[in-house]
Design a protein around this ligand. Structure first.
Ligand code: F3S
Length: 403
């Protein structure tokens, strides 16, 4: 494998032990994946933030690296935490958990990372361009960056993304290479898609059947998904099938630019979404918490939530999770007032997967995200419902899943 002089210097410790450790990780991955060289990256998204997922061992590992002098060399943003970093008291987060979570954040801050705490960095200032090499973790963000923006990243893990942030490099393999961005599976979608939840359900089904390959969607004519639908489609496939890149004919940038289908591609036909709804929508009528914003909500989704509420008071807890920058824009537009006036909350920084839901007395969750439902459905103490935004808001208002 070829390394530049600067890369060799980092590897031999000329830039200190933290950079050396980071370069060792990058080079080890390059050797495993038989990369010919490293590629400079324009930005990094680091996952591994929720204290609930990291645990004390993860926090100690990060702290040791920071104490060795680990500092990021390029713009680096952060995945969600397990709570809103400012409003955690009002949201009922236990104090002991909050203290640990804030310690994690301080370590990342010391490394020079932007404390964005969102899985939609592309809605909050970290928006890579077509063909740009990046090193992102967070599977839904990876899918969006590759597919919707046409940037180039593999699915990095937390430590490998951090190593890329410190060195400014990643191994040139996988989706950084042209050949690997071709679709091997044509997905003919023969059913109607009426809502963002439908795109999420479609993503769940295709992810399960794609076997990690790159799908190329042909939707019914006249159907042109918006950015929120694409966000939900990709997040669902990333969760159910580790899909990191997809194309939609006539819509996504690389599908527009050139033929992106391999000559020996298989075909999959999707006639109905019923199977996804049946598997994911769970049981139980009582709803404690309604969760909108997985991946974190755009301004348009927050507005649709406020519209759907239509001034009605909620019985259940309603959280709309979003990047803090999006939350500020929603506040300026008066959308947070409309939601909070109904008893709901727009919550920044948080992902419910990492939140201490059990300790907060929550035993049933409704969401319009198949990714959220997919991850929470095996939770030992939670009942999950998956449905459209309209169903979820109805559940929030009544405290029960609509019949
Ligand atoms: Fe984001 Fe958490 Fe959903 S990281 S995509 S809100 S599971």
């Amino acid at each position: 494998m070829r390394l530049s002089g600067a890369e060799r210097a980092m590897l031999s410790g000329d830039h200190g032990p933290a950079a050396q450790k980071a370069m060792e990780i990058v080079v080890a991955l390059a050797e495993i994946y038989e990369a010919e060289d490293l590629v400079p990256v324009a930005s990094v998204q680091v996952a591994g933030v929720s204290y609930g997922n990291l645990g004390q061992a993860g926090l100690d590992f990060l702290r040791e690296w920071a104490e060795q002098g680990a500092r990021v060399a390029i713009p680096t943003t952060l995945n969600p935490a397990g709570m809103d970093l400012e409003a955690w008291r009002q949201l009922g987060i236990p104090r002991e958990y909050a203290q640990r979570q804030l310690e994690v954040i301080e370590v990342y801050r010391a490394m020079g990372i932007t404390i964005s705490c969102s899985c939609t960095p592309y809605l909050a200032g970290n928006t890579p361009g077509l063909g740009q090499h990046i090193a992102w973790s967070e599977s839904s963000a990876v899918s969006y960056a590759n597919s919707v923006l046409g940037a180039r990243t593999n699915r990095e893990g937390g430590p490998s993304a951090l190593a890329a942030a410190i060195t400014g490099r990643t191994a040139r393999y996988g989706l950084h290479l042209d050949d690997n961005r071709q679709a091997q599976l044509i997905v003919e979608v023969a059913c109607d898609l009426h809502s963002q939840a439908d795109f999420s359900a479609l993503g769940y089904l295709v992810g399960q059947r794609a076997g990690g390959s790159v799908p190329y969607f042909r939707l019914q004519s006249g159907l042109e998904p918006g950015l929120d639908e694409l966000k939900s489609l990709g997040a669902a496939m990333a969760a159910s099938g580790a899909v990191a890149l997809y194309h939609v004919e006539g819509v996504t940038p690389e599908a527009r630019a050139r033929t992106m289908v391999a000559s020996d591609a298989n075909t999959l036909s999707i006639e109905s979404l019923d199977e996804a709804y049946e598997i994911l929508q769970g049981a139980g009528q009582k709803i404690d918490l309604v969760w909108v914003g997985c991946p974190h909500a755009s301004l348009a989704e927050i507005e649709r939530t406020a519209d759907q509420l239509g001034g009605r008071q909620v019985e259940a807890t309603l959280w709309v999770t979003a990047a803090r920058e999006v939350l500020r824009a929603a506040r300026t537009k008066g959308l947070t007032d409309r939601i909070e006036g109904c008893g709901g909350r727009v919550v920044a920084d948080a992902c419910l997967i990492g939140a201490p839901l059990g300790d907060m007395g929550i035993s049933s969750v409704a969401t319009n995200s198949s990714k959220g439902a997919f991850y929470l459905r095996n939770h030992p103490r939670l009942q999950i419902r998956f449905g459209t935004l309209a169903q979820c808001i109805e559940a929030a208002v009544k405290g029960r899943w609509p019949a």
